[in-house]
Design a protein around this ligand. Sequence first.
Ligand SMILES: Cc1cc2nc3c(=O)[nH]c(=O)nc-3n(C[C@H](O)[C@H](O)[C@H](O)COP(=O)(O)OP(=O)(O)OC[C@H]3O[C@@H](n4cnc5c(N)ncnc54)[C@H](O)[C@@H]3O)c2cc1C
Length: 449
Amino acid sequence: MDQRLLRATWLGGLGAIICAPTFAYLVLPSVAFLGLPTTGGLWHQLSTITGLLALSALVCAAVLPSRLRSLNRAFGIESVIDLHRFFGVATAALVFAHLACVVAAEPANINLLDLTTAPGRARAATVSTLALVALAVLTVLRTQARLSYELWKWSHVTLAAVVLGSAALHVLLLDQLVRDAVIGTMFLLFTLLLVLVLGHRWVWRPMIDPSTEFVIRDVRRENPTVSTLVLAPCSRAGQQATSWAFAPGQFAWIRLDRSVMAEEHPFTIASSAHSDATEFTIRHTGDFTRALRRLPVGSTVWVDGPHGAFTNDVGTSAGFVMIAGGVGITPMMSMLRTAAHRHDTRPYRLVVVASAPQDLLFRTELAQLRQLLDLEVTEVLRRPVEGWSGHTGDIGVELLSAVLGGGHQAADVDYFICGPPALVSDALSSLDILGAPIDRIHTEQFDLA
Ligand SMILES: Cc1cc2nc3c(=O)[nH]c(=O)nc-3n(C[C@H](O)[C@H](O)[C@H](O)COP(=O)(O)OP(=O)(O)OC[C@H]3O[C@@H](n4cnc5c(N)ncnc54)[C@H](O)[C@@H]3O)c2cc1C
C-alpha cells in the first residue's frame, strides 16, 4: 500500500479510537437513556468525557509500541515511539482531569481514594493511576538512574500491564458503561483489538511464528570491533525456505532464544533487498553484540522484522544524499546494494564519517559499487590523522555544499542521515541552511529507549 494511504489509514484508525466512545456518549440518544449521567450536571458529564477519552488514549498508547509492521512502515519507529509517549502523557493528564471532575461533581468522592474503604471500582482506578504515575517517573528517571535497557523495559511492561488491567476492571465494575449497548460494544471491540495486537506482539511473534526462525550461515569480521552476521530463513521439513521481503534501510529485532523473555536488540538489515542471504553488520559494544560475534555457523536466531520507514523505496526522487556516521552506514549499504541489483541510474552521494581510517567500513565494496552506480563517496575523519589527506572535522555547510555540487537541485533529492546524535543534528542544521526541504530529510538514530 502507498505510504501516504497507509499513514491516512492508521491516523483514521487512531482517530476513531479516540473519538468514537465520547462521540457516542455526546450524540447518541440511546446512551443518554440508558443510565449514563448525560443529565447529571456539568461535572458529571465532564467526568464521563474525560474518563472515556483517557481510556481511548490508553488503548492507543498500548497499540503503538506493539511492533505492528505496517504501523512502523507508515511512520518510522522514532515517530511511533514519540506518538506512544504523547498518548502516555495524554492518558495521565486525562486521568487527573477525570479525578478532578469526579471530586468537583461530588466533594465526598474524595473518600474514594482511600483504598481501605473504597468500593472495588474505585480501588481499581486508584491502582491504575498509581501504576501510571510510577511508569511516568521511571521513564523520566531512566537516564539519571542509569537503569539497564532490559530492567527498564521489563519494569515498563509490567507497570503498563497493571495500568491496562486495573483500568479494564474499573470500567467493568462501574457497570453502567458496559451495560449500554453502544458503549458496551465499543469496549468489547477495544478489548478484542488489544487481545489481538498484544497476543501478536507477546505470544505469536516471539513464541510461535515459524517465519522468525533464521540460521547463521557465516560470521564475517569487518574490523576488530565490527562483524557481519549472514543469515538465511530456516527451512522446515518438506518445505523450501523462502527469503523474506524488506525495504532497503529497514531493521529487525534479533533474539538468541525462542522465548518472550529472551533479550532482543534492533539491527539494520545491511544486505540487498534482492539477496538470498540477510546480513546484519554489528558493532560489538556490549554483552549482547559480543555474544552475536561468537555464534557458531548453523546456530539458530530469531528475527522479528522488517520494521521502520528509513528507506528510499518510497516516493519519487531524482537522487540521494546519504550521510552516515560509523556503523550508521548499514542502512545506506542496503540501499546501495539494492540499487546495484536494480541497475538504478540515479545519482547517489554518500558521506561517511569515522574516527580513524580503520573504522571506515566497506571501502573495497564501495569502490566496486562505484563501477555499477552513479555513486560518489566522500570519506571524513572526525580528527586529522597522520597520512590522511582527505576531509576532516564535523559535518558542516562547506563540506556538504562541496559534496552536493553547484548544479545540485535540493528539492528533487532525498536525504538520509544515520549516526550518533551530534552528527545527525550537525547534518540537519547544515541541510536546513542549504535549503533541503524538511519532508525530504530522513533520519535514524540507533537508540530507541
Ligand atoms: C533502529 C535501530 C537500528 C540499529 N542498527 C544497528 C546496526 O545496524 N548495527 C549496530 O551495530 N547497531 C545497531 N543498532 C544499535 C544496537 O541496537 C545497539 O548497539 C545494541 O542493542 C547494543 O547492545 P549491547 O547489549 O551489546 O550493548 P550495551 O552496551 O548493553 O548497549 C548500548 C546502548 O544500546 C542501547 N540498547 C541496548 N539494548 C537495547 C535494546 N534491546 N533495544 C534498543 N536499544 C538498546 C541502549 O541505549 C544502550 O545504552 C541499532 C539500533 C536501532 C534502534
